[in-house]
Design a binder for this molecule. Structure first.
Ligand code: HEM
Ligand SMILES: *[C@@H]1O[C@H](CO)[C@@H](O)[C@H](O)[C@H]1NC(C)=O
Ligand SMILES: *[C@@H]1O[C@H](CO)[C@@H](O)[C@H](O)[C@H]1NC(C)=O
Length: 321
């Protein structure tokens, strides 16, 4: 073999080697931490049976992680001298929750296999276990994400969707992250769970000229969300799913068809635009919704992971080692 061919072959092997290694895989911890998945599942189940809403909060935490510099657990970092925590960004402040549960899972996993399982993977597993624990689908979680060494508050402010966004803006925000309009509608279906604060839906329930809200529903929500803005009024909670906020089902989509979506960004998915047909389909077919939700969660978990030797495995999720 000539020298030239040898060098060329070595390069091919190198390139192939790196591409094969640097991939998420469901068996990533099978040898290095075989008890990781069951340990995390136990913690998530306990947390959800103590408070059903925690399932919602954990799913949202994974979403808000993945949309900001990829699924790298950057959302879990507290303020430091080097960066500002994403926890203080607009879409997160006084809103995202579930950090204690992730910390607990991390502590238990660290006891068994110190320094092996990333916080980013724990978030992905927790979201899956949370879904299943309230009647949602399960799926095989791909693993091997590593943790960031910084937080990205500015990206959290610019890239996370707002409840005020119109349909085109929402579609383009998800498109930027590699998610289709159909993925977006399926993922928004996680608003079948959890709660929202008054300031996020006040405009919608008091907008008397609007013809895309059911009047009875608006009146009902006005009962617990006063028109006057004040710190205590602004944080009053209402369920995102009017009917069954503690179980994962397709009532969220049925609500939208009756103009009973809570957030402006919910109702905009069914308001004469291009996503109406997907909402209609999910409202009629819960099985399709659940299987599309699972696929979309896997896709979301694929957003820009740190792989191979990029990033670190944090020992504590809230700080850099
Ligand atoms: C389409 C764009 C989206 C917008 C504008 C949006 C906005 C919001 C807002 C404003 C809240 C209430 C927060 C509060 O009042 O404190 C919320 C809650 C929630 N969001 Fe979204 N969201 C979107 C998509 C998603 C996606 C893709 C997921 C998950 C895959 C998700 C999961 C949740 C969950 C589970 C809750 C309830 C959290 C809890 O009760 O702790 N959302 N969302
Ligand atoms: C983190 O820093 C921000 C300023 O960027 C501040 O508003 C926030 O209160 C701090 N949070 C904590 C928990 O110290
Ligand atoms: C809508 O009507 C209510 C009375 O039902 C009134 O108090 C409120 O100011 C109106 N809101 C707007 C935004 O006009």
């Amino acid at each position: 073999m000539s020298m030239g061919v040898q060098v060329w072959l070595m390069l091919v092997v190198l390139v192939l080697g790196t591409t094969c290694e640097a991939q998420l895989s469901s068996t990533f911890y099978d040898n290095t931490c075989p008890t990781a998945l069951s340990t995390i599942r136990t913690i998530i189940r306990k947390a959800v049976s103590k408070e059903r809403r925690m399932a919602a909060s954990l799913i949202r935490l994974h979403f808000h992680d993945c949309f900001v510099h990829g699924c790298d657990a950057s959302i879990l970092l507290d303020n430091s001298s080097d960066f500002k925590s994403e926890k203080t960004a607009g879409p997160n402040v006084n809103s995202v929750r579930g950090f204690n549960v992730i910390d607990q899972a991390k502590t238990e996993v660290e006891k068994k296999c110190p320094g092996v399982v990333s916080c980013a993977d724990i978030l992905a597993i927790a979201a899956r276990d949370a879904s299943f624990s309230v009647g949602g689908p399960s799926w095989t979680v791909k693993l091997g994400r590593r943790d960031s060494v910084s937080a990205y508050k500015d990206i959290a402010n610019s890239d996370l969707p707002s409840f005020r966004d119109n349909l085109q803006v929402l579609i383009s925000r998800f498109d930027t992250k590699g998610l289709s309009p159909r993925d977006m509608v399926a993922l928004s279906g996680s608003h079948t769970l959890g709660q929202a604060q008054c300031f996020t839906f006040r405009d919608r329930i008091y907008n008397n000229n609007s013809n895309n809200i059911d009047v009875g529903f608006a009146t009902k929500r006005q009962g617990t969300c006063p028109l006057a803005s004040s710190p205590s009024n602004d944080e009053k909670l209402a369920p995102l799913d009017l009917v069954t906020p503690n179980s994962f089902d397709n009532n969220y989509f049925k609500n939208l068809i009756q103009k009973k979506g809570l957030l402006p960004s919910d109702q905009v998915l069914y308001n004469g635009g291009s996503t109406d047909n997907v909402v209609l389909e999910y409202s009629k077919n819960p099985t399709t919704f659940k299987s599309d939700f699972a696929s979309a969660m896997i896709k979301m978990g694929d957003i820009e992971p740190l792989l191979g030797s990029a990033g670190i495995v944090r020992k504590i999720c809230s700080a850099i080692n």
